[in-house]
Design a protein around this ligand. Structure first.
Ligand code: SF4
Ligand code: F3S
Length: 104
């Protein structure tokens, strides 16, 4: 599976949702997540994210991100249409400590 990590927080570019063939992105207030059980591992979303926030779970120490994505994908609504990024997306891309900004 692929997952969305904390660099999506406060950016939320949403380019990713346009390309997903199985519509498995879910939207929170300031980030998206992928449902790990619905993702078919096609990989087409990964290069679409300007913030490089989409990663394969084959990278080291990804279990916490898989569980994070699963948890919130079961709470949040699906998103299938691209929308404007959050207002300070370009400034926030790559900022440290984004988990402090996360809102459920
Ligand atoms: Fe969707 Fe493919 Fe990305 Fe999984 S890897 S979230 S199926 S676009
Ligand atoms: Fe987030 Fe990147 Fe999609 S910033 S909304 S994972 S395009």
């Amino acid at each position: 599976t692929y997952i969305v990590n904390d660099n999506c927080i406060a950016c939320k570019y949403t380019d990713c949702v346009e390309v997903c063939p199985v519509d498995c992105f879910y939207e929170g207030e300031n980030m998206l997540v992928i449902h790990p059980d619905e993702c078919i591992d096609c990989g087409v979303c990964e290069p679409e994210c300007p913030a490089d926030a989409i990663r394969p779970d084959t990278e080291p120490d990804m279990e916490k991100w898989v569980e994070f994505n699963r948890k919130y994908s079961e709470m949040w609504p699906v998103i299938i249409t691209k929308k404007d990024p959050l207002p300070n997306a370009d400034d926030m891309d790559g900022k440290e400590g984004k988990m402090d900004l996360f809102s459920e």
